[in-house]
Write a protein of this length. Structure first.
Length: 193
């Protein structure tokens, strides 16, 4: 016999309706519990992705420093892939990875187009420092952007609201790479743009 709602007449019609309400309530509770489990799973996966990205980011910045414009700069593992055995930037490797010509690479770093054509100029501390700054900033964005080419696109074209809509490229060209690095550190730690 079906259960009858308290305080109602013992009629089959009322009992049937009460039974449907109870089943619907149980179904809603089960659906809610399932949604809560799925939500917890998504949150756990998202937190794991954040931890993974943080590990990649920390791997990219927690290595020994070399001197660059504005003081010491960490050598990221990503930056090491662009260095030759002497510790200098291998410009052809960088240009190939970013799918740029030497002239475009020089322009993106705020250097004259001819600078990367002459070996004496390429090896200067100023040129090496400027390219290192650019690569270090792009390297910090790679985990978020999905690749070197996408990170380069961000570097060249994405306006940064905190800097009045200026791009990372324009800031580096203006000698303000340290501010971009600080901004990226702030974002990586969970700060707002």
């Amino acid at each position: 016999m079906s259960e009858v709602a308290p305080g109602t007449k013992d009629t089959p019609k009322v009992a049937k309706r009460y039974s449907r309400v109870r089943v619907t309530g149980e179904t809603a509770q089960a659906s809610f519990n399932e949604a809560a489990r799925r939500f917890e799973k998504v949150v756990a996966e998202g937190l794991q992705q954040i931890r993974d990205q943080r590990e990649v980011y920390e791997d990219n910045i927690s290595e020994p420093a070399v001197s660059g414009r504005g003081g010491p700069m960490p050598i990221s593992s990503a930056l090491r892939t662009f260095m030759d055995q002497d510790g200098a930037i291998a410009f052809d490797r960088v240009a190939s990875e970013l799918q740029l010509s030497r002239a475009q690479l020089a322009e993106a770093a705020g250097l004259r187009r001819e600078v990367l054509q002459k070996s004496a100029l390429r090896e200067s501390q100023r040129v090496q420092g400027r390219i290192r700054e650019m690569l270090e900033i792009i390297g910090r964005v790679v985990p978020w952007a999905g690749g070197w080419i996408q990170a380069m696109a961000w570097y060249r074209a994405e306006p940064i609201p905190a800097f009045g809509g200026r791009t990372a490229e324009s800031l580096v060209k203006g000698g303000d790479a340290a501010s971009v690095r600080n901004y990226l550190d702030h974002i990586a730690r969970g700060g707002f743009a």
